[in-house]
Design a binder for this molecule. Structure first.
Ligand code: COA
Length: 442
């Protein structure tokens, strides 16, 4: 019970706790829906105390006020992912994006590529033994905290107590504050007819007994809609959202055929509504672990029949996948896409799927393009790519020559763009698309 005394000694107010952060410090913010909102607000409210504080964050689900122009003397955002509230600051040069596979992010802190002065986190109230749970975000938050010189924690009684390698003891925290507010939520996306078609194609590639990783957004949620008749599915995923709760309750996901962590769902962070947060609270079926374990390709590959489903912005005719930038604009980040593409490919009977609508910008742009836009970053290389899916079907690229990849991709492009893509293909390969198509069919 010694920890209780320790807890009381460390208990303070947000505005006092943040006085321990100094100008020039590098501060890592607890991730995504576990952002410590009260502490972040205290930094903003007391901005004049600070000069050149570097704030490191990945998927920023809060307001991102520290990226506003009037904050630029006080805070500089170092982004490990770019999202809605941080994109403008990266485009306008007030913030920087650092490319890094998600599974390697903890090593940036542990191996001092990025020295962490302060970690500010949001955790659950301590259990009877003085352990707080990292709750919905274990990911890099645990490694950053364990590497930090100073740890400031916000104890929120709404934070679910998730189980796994997901705990921090009160003794490891330097200053703590108490708060009580509902977690940041991510509402389920709206799923249209195109997403449904894509979901059905992806689901056709999922065999009974598969283990799934699902990325973020409408397409992964649409896939879930078409899995209701499958059996014995398992989950090993960087992130989980609400859709998984229904599939688990329906008995479709039971994790019984998993070849690593049998009977458990594995994830590193959660973004959903209260429905998901209630489901994971104290639930031993759900195991949360750091991202350098969950997303490590050599761990992912131990799941037989591993299927990864992620989305992208553009695919060129060679199968190079741009998922994080639109030309020179850093739109999001690599996240765990390549971790899972590689892990699933290495797994026995594994499949990696890149799924996207065939067009973007209200149908004006084909996502299947002769070349990636000028300046676009290749996220998944042509050597790594396996299945590409649009609402028009499935292109299986692995093992296919450049000519055949081009053909397979054009076959799933939007009809409005097929002719121009065929013209580009014929120019590049000095061949007749239709003739080669017929030769292959015969
Ligand atoms: N040219 C021009 N604009 C494009 C475009 C292209 N080729 N592709 C997309 N866009 C635009 C869209 O039109 C849309 O704009 P709008 O909001 O004004 O309509 C915007 O970019 C977002 O595209 P959309 O496909 O709707 O995004 P999404 O929310 O489905 O996310 C990714 C798709 C690729 C950005 C997202 O999956 C991602 O960040 N992936 C990388 C990380 C990852 O895979 N992590 C996996 C584990 S979570």
């Amino acid at each position: 019970m010694e920890w209780k005394k320790d807890y009381l000694n460390k208990l303070t107010t947000a505005d006092n706790a943040t006085t321990y952060i100094k100008s020039g410090d590098t501060v890592v913010i607890g991730h995504a829906c576990a952002e410590p909102t009260t502490l972040v607000n205290s930094l903003i409210d007391n901005k004049d105390r600070y000069k050149d504080v570097e704030l490191i964050h990945m998927v920023a689900m809060g307001k991102g006020a520290y990226t506003q122009p009037e904050m630029s003397q006080h805070f500089r955002h170092k982004a490990l992912f770019v999202g809605g509230c941080t994109r403008t600051s990266v485009i306008e040069g007030r913030a920087d994006y650092t490319p890094c596979f998600f599974y390697e992010v903890p090593s940036l802190f542990k191996e001092n590529y990025i020295g962490v002065d302060v970690s500010i986190i949001q955790v659950s109230p301590p259990d009877a033994h003085g352990y707080c749970s990292y709750g919905v975000s274990v990911d890099y938050t645990k490694a950053a905290t364990e590497s930090a010189k100073l740890v400031i924690a916000e104890i929120n009684n709404h934070m679910p107590r998730t189980i796994g390698d997901s705990f921090i003891h009160v003794s490891e925290i330097d200053h703590l504050i108490e708060s009580s507010y509902p977690l940041i939520e991510l509402s389920p996306p709206s799923i249209g007819e195109i997403e449904k078609k894509i979901g059905a194609h992806c689901a056709s590639l999922v065999e009974d007994g598969s283990t799934l990783q699902l990325g973020i957004g409408a397409i992964p949620d649409a896939v879930l809609m078409f899995l209701k008749d499958k059996k014995d599915l398992g989950i090993h995923s960087e992130m989980l959202s609400d859709g998984i709760v229904d599939l688990y309750n329906a008995g479709v996901v039971n994790n019984s055929k998993k070849t690593i962590h049998k009977d458990k769902m594995i994830a590193t962070f959660l973004m959903g509504t209260q429905k998901l947060y209630d489901f994971v609270h104290d639930n031993p079926v759900m195991e949360m672990r750091p991202v350098d374990y969950v997303n490590h390709p050599t761990v992912i590959m131990q799941n037989h029949k591993m299927v990864s489903i992620n989305s992208c912005i553009q695919v060129d005719l060679m199968g190079q996948v741009a998922s994080e930038s639109i030309g020179l604009v850093q739109f999001t980040g690599v996240g765990g896409q390549v971790d899972y593409v590689r892990g699933a490919t290495m797994a026995k009977d594994g499949k990696s799927i890149i799924a996207m609508p065939s067009t973007a910008a209200s149908g004006k742009v084909s996502r299947i393009a002769p070349f990636l836009d000028h300046g676009a970053a290749v996220t998944t290389s042509r050597n790594d790519v396996n299945y590409v899916v649009t609402e028009y079907g499935i292109a299986h690229l692995k093992g296919k020559s450049l000519k055949d990849r081009g053909r397979a991709l054009i076959n799933i492009a939007h009809p409005d763009f097929k002719e121009s893509l065929i013209t580009e293909w014929e120019k590049r390969f000095n061949d007749d698309f239709e003739k080669v198509f017929l030769e292959r069919v015969i």
